[in-house]
Structures are given as structure tokens and as C-alpha cells.
Design a protein around this ligand. Structure first.
Ligand SMILES: *[C@@H]1O[C@H](CO)[C@@H](O)[C@H](O)[C@H]1NC(C)=O
Ligand SMILES: *[C@@H]1O[C@H](CO)[C@@H](O)[C@H](O)[C@H]1NC(C)=O
Ligand SMILES: *[C@@H]1O[C@H](CO)[C@@H](O)[C@H](O)[C@H]1NC(C)=O
Ligand SMILES: *[C@@H]1O[C@H](CO)[C@@H](O)[C@H](O)[C@H]1NC(C)=O
Ligand SMILES: *[C@@H]1O[C@H](CO)[C@@H](O)[C@H](O)[C@H]1NC(C)=O
Ligand SMILES: *[C@@H]1O[C@H](CO)[C@@H](O)[C@H](O)[C@H]1NC(C)=O
Ligand SMILES: *[C@@H]1O[C@H](CO)[C@@H](O)[C@H](O)[C@H]1NC(C)=O
Ligand SMILES: *[C@@H]1O[C@H](CO)[C@@H](O)[C@H](O)[C@H]1NC(C)=O
Ligand SMILES: *[C@@H]1O[C@H](CO)[C@@H](O)[C@H](O)[C@H]1NC(C)=O
Length: 349
């Protein structure tokens, strides 16, 4: 145990697990100490990455400003030309201009954390810190932070409130990542359920504000099943999108093709209703009958009910159908069509 402690102190490398759970490592060389994340920092193209970093210097060294370099991990040391952030913008490699910021500009606090925005996969590599002193000298820390940038896999978040026929609706799409870089472009597209033309027509308002965009329209029955896609484009043609299907609550609606027919004393009534959620169909006239048959068929958002019963006298029969769902109820008087067969037609059966 004793030996182990001494070994640790000799190399002066400490493993610290911060409160956040992220593991960091402190490395010291002649009283110049730097603390970086242990292992590789991963990020996604189009988004941003924070390189957490802190340092301390010997008491005689007065830090003036910080210089960050980026190079390939196989290089023993980053070149002087490989500057990505310093106090003078003209010394920065063109690809990094305006993309790198210090989280804490006051160098005396020893916080060397940086954020890099508008990432591309080419930003993968080793990042090295140099601290410049007031007395013209400086110190370059040998440990480097390793960053790996992968393709963008995060998707935008699309929020849909419950949609109800006839009511104004606002969808919200939020870009992934919480980055301070360039604002992405956000676009909306949609495709009707029948893959034909869009049903979101007329008054659509799309408002984009920094990381999110809203789409406002009046919901209608035709929009039910429409696929709406929100596409987010970051710089360098890095895009990600999310598609949602609209579910519009549709009040039950009894179609005019509903009808009743009397033939040889047999009453056959058909009632067809549409709605979402799917409505049910009831026949109040059945309450006074004890023998009948009901056939219900469902197709997508349409339910049809066919009732067959024997009636002695249909003239005072109320043929009403009632369609109901959790959002509403509708009644419809179904007219009776008398269709007495002519004698000649019997010969066919
Ligand atoms: C970064 O990668 C280099 C080379 O693979 C490695 O020597 C170094 O320890 C890594 N740095 C960190 C902070 O993990
Ligand atoms: C560095 O400064 C940033 C911004 O103020 C802060 O979020 C971060 O925790 C600081 N890091 C350290 C190691 O103090
Ligand atoms: C479109 O919507 C806006 C805001 O809701 C409203 O002011 C405008 O009158 C609408 N235009 C039409 C043609 O409905
Ligand atoms: C929605 O419809 C209402 C009334 O029909 C109208 O006042 C409003 O402008 C419409 N809004 C949109 C975005 O079309
Ligand atoms: C957004 O679109 C504008 C105009 O089409 C374009 O100039 C700009 O570069 C785009 N921004 C991004 C982040 O793609
Ligand atoms: C971005 O994508 C568009 C269409 O996909 C293409 O026309 C354009 O050339 C691309 N721009 C770059 C810089 O790759
Ligand atoms: C719409 O309804 C279908 C099934 O009824 C469900 O699978 C889907 O998740 C719903 N979509 C939304 C956006 O609520
Ligand atoms: C059904 O008929 C009524 C009255 O005859 C009419 O107002 C309504 O528009 C019709 N509905 C449909 C879906 O055809
Ligand atoms: C039911 O929905 C499916 C898929 O949305 C569609 O292909 C089919 O034509 C619909 N059937 C009817 C009877 O509308």
C-alpha cells in the first residue's frame, strides 16, 4: 500500500471523479498541472463539443493568455502553426475562425475549457494547450485532449399537441444539441396519407427562431394520417430530420349513404359513420325488438352497421342511427325506401 502511494506521487497523475460523474485526470510537470477528461471526448457533426480543462502554474508564472492547438494524435506535439484559438484572431487557422470560444475568458482563474461549434468529422484529433506568460515566455502542456467527431445521429424533437378537427394547431420542432454556433435552417414538409398532394394547405405559418421552428395551421379531417417532416440543416450540409404522423381527432360523422330499405316485410338499415377515435353505432329502434341481426364492419376510420329485422308495419318505425365516440355523438334519421319486388324477379331465386 505504501509503495503504491509513492508511485502515484512520483508520476504525479491523479484520477479524480468529479461530482458530475465525468472522470478527469490531473497531470503535473514542474508545478505546471493540467486536468483533462480521461479518455476520448465524443461529439456529433453539426453540433458542438466542450473540452473541459483546468490548469495551475507555479507562483512565479503569471498567465497572460491561452493558446489552443489542434493536431493529429500521432504527432508528438502540435505545430506552432496549428493554432485554433488565441488572443489574436489572424493567427487562427481559417477553418476554426469564429468557431472556438473560451468558457472562462479570465485566464487567472485557470479555467481553460473551450467550446467548438459547427463541428465536422475533420475536427477529430488532439487538442493541446499553451499558456503564455506576461514575461514573454510560456508553457505548453504535453497532455492533450482527444476528440472524436462522428456523423450526426441525433434527431430533431417534434412536439404535437392533441389535434382536433377545426381547431388551430401549432407543431414545434427543436434542433438537437444546445450549441451557440450558427443557427440551423429548419424546414417543414408534409405528405398526405394517400401519398398524393399535401392536405395542409391555406393558412400555414412557419416561424423559425434560432434552434426551433413552429408550424401553425387549422386542423381538418383531411390531415388525418399526414406525415409531417421537420428537417434541420446545419452548416456544411449536415442534416437530420424527424417525421411524425398527424392524428386528428375527428367528430363522428354519419354519411348520407346511410339508408333503410323495406322489402317483403324485412327492414334492412345501413348506417355508415366516420371518426377518429373510431365511433360506435347504435340503433334505438332495436330497443323495442327482440329478434334482429346486426353486422358491423370496420375499415380504417369508417364503421358501418347493417341491421336486419322483420317489421309488420314500418310506417311508424323510427329508423334513427346514433354514432358516438369519446369526443362526441351524432344522430341521423335514416329515410326508408320501400322497394317491393315485382313478381317477375322471384323467378330468378
Ligand atoms: C490522447 O491520445 C493519445 C494518443 O492516443 C494518448 O497518448 C493520450 O493519453 C490521450 N489523452 C487523453 C487525455 O486521454
Ligand atoms: C470553467 O468555466 C465554465 C464557465 O463558467 C464552467 O461551466 C466550468 O465548470 C468551469 N470549469 C472548471 C474546471 O472550473
Ligand atoms: C391567416 O392566419 C393569420 C393569423 O392566424 C390571420 O391573421 C389571417 O387572416 C389568416 N388568413 C387567411 C386567408 O385565413
Ligand atoms: C383558423 O381558423 C380560424 C377560424 O376559422 C381563423 O380565424 C384563423 O385565422 C385560422 N388560422 C389559421 C392559421 O389558418
Ligand atoms: C440557411 O439558408 C440560407 C439561405 O438559403 C443560407 O445562406 C445559409 O447558409 C443556411 N444556413 C445553414 C446553417 O445551412
Ligand atoms: C449541399 O447540398 C445541396 C443539395 O443537397 C447541394 O446542391 C450543395 O452543393 C451542397 N453544398 C455543399 C457545400 O456540399
Ligand atoms: C397516431 O395514432 C397511431 C395509432 O392510432 C399511433 O401509432 C401513433 O403513434 C399516433 N401518432 C401520434 C403522433 O400521436
Ligand atoms: C348530407 O346531406 C345533408 C342534407 O341533405 C347535406 O347538408 C350534407 O352536406 C350532406 N353530407 C354529405 C357528406 O354529403
Ligand atoms: C385504409 O387505409 C389504408 C392505409 O392508410 C389504405 O391503403 C386503404 O386504402 C384504406 N382503405 C379505405 C377503405 O379507405
Amino acid at each position: 500500500m505504501f509503495v503504491l502511494i509513492w508511485t502515484t506521487l512520483l508520476f504525479s497523475v491523479r484520477d479524480i471523479t468529479a461530482d458530475t460523474g465525468a472522470s478527469v485526470k490531473e497531470h503535473c510537470d514542474k508545478e505546471f498541472c493540467i486536468t483533462l477528461s480521461k479518455g476520448e471526448i465524443t461529439a456529433e457533426a453539426g453540433l458542438c463539443v466542450v473540452i473541459p480543462c483546468s490548469f495551475t502554474t507555479p507562483s512565479g508564472f503569471r498567465p497572460k493568455h491561452m493558446v489552443w492547438f489542434k493536431c493529429e494524435p500521432y504527432q508528438t506535439k502540435c505545430e506552432d502553426s496549428e493554432v485554433i484559438h488565441t488572443d489574436k484572431n489572424n493567427k487562427v487557422q481559417s477553418g476554426f475562425k469564429g468557431r472556438v470560444s473560451l468558457l472562462e475568458p479570465d485566464v487567472s482563474l485557470g479555467n481553460c475549457s473551450i467550446i467548438i461549434n459547427d463541428l465536422t468529422e475533420a475536427d477529430s484529433g488532439s487538442y493541446q494547450l499553451r499558456v503564455q506568460s506576461w514575461s514573454n515566455g510560456g508553457f505548453t502542456f504535453s497532455p492533450r485532449a482527444n476528440v472524436s467527431v462522428k456523423g450526426l445521429t441525433q434527431k430533431p424533437t417534434v412536439m404535437i399537441p392533441p389535434l382536433t378537427e377545426g381547431q388551430q394547431t401549432t407543431l414545434t420542432c427543436t434542433a438537437p444539441g444546445l450549441c451557440s454556433g450558427s443557427d440551423p435552417n429548419i424546414t417543414w414538409t408534409w405528405r398526405g396519407a394517400g401519398e398524393k398532394h399535401s392536405h395542409i394547405t391555406g393558412n400555414i405559418t412557419a416561424v423559425t427562431q434560432r434552434q426551433s421552428s413552429t408550424l401553425t395551421f387549422n386542423s381538418s379531417a383531411e390531415q388525418h394520417g399526414t406525415d409531417v417532416t421537420c428537417k434541420v440543416s446545419f452548416t456544411n450540409n449536415i442534416t437530420t430530420e424527424e417525421t411524425v404522423t398527424l392524428n386528428v381527432t375527428l367528430y363522428p360523422k354519419i354519411l348520407n349513404s346511410s339508408k333503410c330499405e323495406v322489402q317483403s316485410g324485412v327492414l334492412t338499415c345501413v348506417c355508415i359513420s366516420e371518426g377518429f377515435p373510431l365511433p360506435t353505432i347504435n340503433w334505438p329502434l332495436l330497443e323495442t325488438h327482440t329478434e334482429y341481426s346486426v353486422l358491423t364492419t370496420v375499415s380504417n376510420h369508417t364503421v358501418s352497421s347493417i341491421v336486419t329485422l322483420t317489421v309488420k308495419d314500418h310506417s311508424n318505425t323510427v329508423t334513427e342511427c346514433v354514432s358516438r365516440s369519446e369526443v362526441g355523438e351524432v344522430q341521423h334519421k335514416v329515410t326508408i325506401v320501400i322497394s317491393e319486388r315485382r313478381e317477375g324477379e322471384h323467378s330468378h331465386t
